[in-house]
Design a binder for this molecule. Sequence first.
Ligand SMILES: NC(=O)c1ccc[n+]([C@@H]2O[C@H](COP(=O)([O-])OP(=O)(O)OC[C@H]3O[C@@H](n4cnc5c(N)ncnc54)[C@H](O)[C@@H]3O)[C@@H](O)[C@H]2O)c1
Ligand SMILES: O=C(O)[C@H](O)COP(=O)(O)O
Length: 598
Amino acid sequence: MAAAASSTSLKHSQSPTTIPCMRHRSLSATFGVTSLSFRRSEPLYRRFVVLSMDAKPTILVAEKLGEAGVKLLKDFANVDCSYNLSPEELCTKISLCDALIVRSGTKVSREVFESSGGRLKVVGRAGVGIDNVDLAAATEHGCLVVNAPTANTVAAAEHGIALLTAMARNVAQADASVKAGKWQRSKYVGVSLVGKTLAVMGFGKVGTEVARRAKGLGMHVIAHDPYAPADRARAIGVELVSFDEAISSADFISLHMPLTPATSKILNDENFAKMKKGVRIVNVARGGVIDEDALVKALDSGIVAQAALDVFTEEPPPKDNKLVQHENVTATPHLGASTMEAQEGVAIEIAEAVVGALKGELAATAVNAPMVPSEVLIELKPFVSLSEKLGRLAVQLVAGGSGVKSVKVTYASARAPDDLDTRLLRAMITKGLIEPISSVFVNLVNADFTAKQRGLRISEERIVLDGSPESPLEFIQVQIANVESKFASALSDSGEIKVEGRVKDGIPHLTRVGSFEVDVSLEGSIILCRQVDQPGMIGKVGSILGQENVNVSFMSVGRIAPRKQAVMAIGVDEEPSKESLKRIGEISAIEDFVYLNL
Ligand SMILES: NC(=O)c1ccc[n+]([C@@H]2O[C@H](COP(=O)([O-])OP(=O)(O)OC[C@H]3O[C@@H](n4cnc5c(N)ncnc54)[C@H](O)[C@@H]3O)[C@@H](O)[C@H]2O)c1
Ligand SMILES: O=C(O)[C@H](O)COP(=O)(O)O
């Protein structure tokens, strides 16, 4: 963010004459702000993600989900539980769905988003790993992705420990041998865990729980995680070490990092060569973090004595997969999250997240949208609306043919610079700027992407004001540089289109156009007229609108000085006819005017 600008540069030199119409006054007086905000209330997130969902939404559940979760979904939506769909079938069905819920077995590819025709608004991943969802495509299509990150942590950790202990004592191989009628006590002598070093790779939720349990088994636990705080590790007696130190000093390695470009095949020939001979490896994270061919070689050469794997690069792995067939490998079919308790928890966690997102709430587990705490959202709500409207106004003031490339947003606030989260506001200004001039649907998820794609540069600046920081913001200003305006008075002294707004009694107001102060509530539509200040102008325009039964909600005149240049801003509830607008334009004192839809 740019350094705070001086507030003096924004000192207003002209004062507005504000004439709120009777209807507005009586509404405010009778019902107060609550009634007005009720009238305007729509779930906040709806503005970002789900704009028109009047009918019951349809949710496609593409993989088995716990009953409690399905019930929650059915209370709110039409639910289609269709499992084992081919990619083609999924692409066909998706155009009829508002939300999709999957586990790790369904690839939610770019084709899925493209096939949805814009209807798919939420993808719920009933689990942690979102490597099976094309996040970039989701974001580009304005589709929110939510996951259920907490409910299967313990299950995955317990499975990791189960594999660790079973591997060390050859439980699976010995079981198969006994069932085959053999009694091979000397063949299946195991190794002890107590006193051995376990390297936990990825010290997140699962890794931490594995570490705790391994400590209880008497193991010496070290961990590698470039992003984990050392004090959290220290608190449970775990030392955070470098990648090389972890893999070279461990007797056991347990993998718990996500599959990302940085972790893909992180255990490869080069790194197996750094390990202690006879190391044992557990993987309940993702198959792709191991180079599987390299692991086969390391097992054959004895560098790796044993591996216990719950996850594979390709799932299910081909029948002749060398790892699965290897006698020193214990394999399970991606069972980490598969306990009754975890599946019930995950189902509820994802159902609540998906229903919440469809209802218009910001999901706490959103993966591809900024997280904004609910108390901040409540406080910012009127400014969110103001932001979108300022964007809409500003772009409609641009003369046809001028490309909008550079927008500066200024936030004036008495709050400390780090106490104002502007991501939401920027997204809504972007929405306001782009939607009136394109067919693109912009929301919190795809706003930054869409702006970038259109070559629209939005810079932000903070003005730190003195005074009470009760309200998060005093005003927001939107300036569009290097364009011509269809309403010349909207240009500031330095040549940019400039509009500024404030929130008054919870309602967004336009408070500046160019260098003219005005005050008009941002409801309905707005007519801006440039004129020489003189008596009777408000009456003339008002009577043209009145003859057509167009209700005026607000009128305000900003002027340089009495009888000099002025801008009249008129808020109207209904859209005036072309004829009325033409008649307004023909009033002799009116030099220029523009009609703006909000
Ligand atoms: N087998 C299963 O059924 C099962 C169940 C649950 C989770 N998982 C998988 O386990 C993994 C961890 O899940 P979680 O809930 O603990 O996630 P998490 O996000 O809480 O933890 C992941 C940790 O990995 C760390 N990390 C990222 N890049 C790293 C790197 N290059 N090296 C080391 N650490 C790195 C992160 O900082 C984070 O602390 C995920 O891949 C998830 O999909 C599998
Ligand atoms: O990432 C996860 O949450 C686990 O891998 C669980 O996957 P699943 O939902 O397919 O069991």
